[in-house]
Structures are given as C-alpha cells and as structure tokens.
Design a protein around this ligand. Sequence first.
Ligand SMILES: [Zn+2]
Length: 180
Amino acid sequence: MTGRSERYLEELAHEFPRLRLRPKADDRLSQLIDRLLRLVTFGGQRAYLDHYLTTLGSTIYLPRSWEALDDASRYIILRHEAVHLRQFRRFGWVGMTLLYLLPLLPLGLAYGRARLEWEAYAETLRATAEVRGLGAAHDPALHARIVRQFTSGAYGYMWPFPGAVRRWIAAELARLEATP
Ligand SMILES: [Zn+2]
C-alpha cells in the first residue's frame, strides 16, 4: 500500500524532474551547515540534522527523524517543502540566497527569509486543515510551534515578533474558513 506522502512525492517528481531526496546525516554540506548554525545561533539551532527538512535547489534534505514520522506528518511537511522547491524555481539560487540572507540582516531581522518561510508555513496550515481537519489547523500547540520557528534560533531569530506571526496565522485561518 502506498501512502499519501509517497503519492505526493511522485506528483512532485513530475513537477520537478530533478527532484532528489537525501538524508542529511551522511551529507557533508548538511554537516557543515549544522556546525555553522550551532555557531552563529549560539546553540539556538541544534536540531538541524535531527528534525529539520531543508530544500536547496531541487534537493530535499531529510533529517534523522524522517523515518519515524507517520504518513500524514510526512505529507504535510512535504507540502511545506514543495513551496520552497517552487521558490527556488521562481527566484533561482542567487535570488534565494539574497532573499534568505540579506534583507534586513542575516540574524535577528531577516525579513526576506521570514516571508519565504511564511509562504511555506501558510501551506503547512492549509495541508494540516486538509489532512487533519480545520480544528487541527486551529491547534494552539501548532501555532506556538510556528511562532517559535520565527522568533527562536531555529532560523536565526528571523522575525522575533510573536504578535506579527500570530496575525499572519490568524489571517491565513480566516482565508481557510472562507474557502468552502
Ligand atoms: Zn521552510
């Protein structure tokens, strides 16, 4: 039996013929990024290899915890990463690097990165509502987790304004409720 996440990966492979999946644990670039992130966030991001998926170009790098996730969780996460695949297609490597690292600062206030990630976390909310129901998209624990991604060292304190992130979440939920 193939699950929803495997079927979605097949769809993605059609949309992105060069799509590749790669475990982070035995990937040198991922190990280097992991060390850099620990350093620049003073340990604020320690879970890069264990718990975070990362999309670079048309490659999705998988964390150690990937195998242990259930099908629905994998599907929801892949919907988020698909947004990043499309962003790479839209902006290219140079554009993505500039947007991700520059405006305004690489750490502390990274509005470009916050907008790129918000586009993907909005998709996380939509996919959660589709798979687990609108109630699950309203789960305060999910909102707290999303807010943390923006305000903590996870992404280098990219937008440390919890109120702003909560307003983005509320606006997306209102849109979801308005869609039949
Ligand atoms: Zn993301």
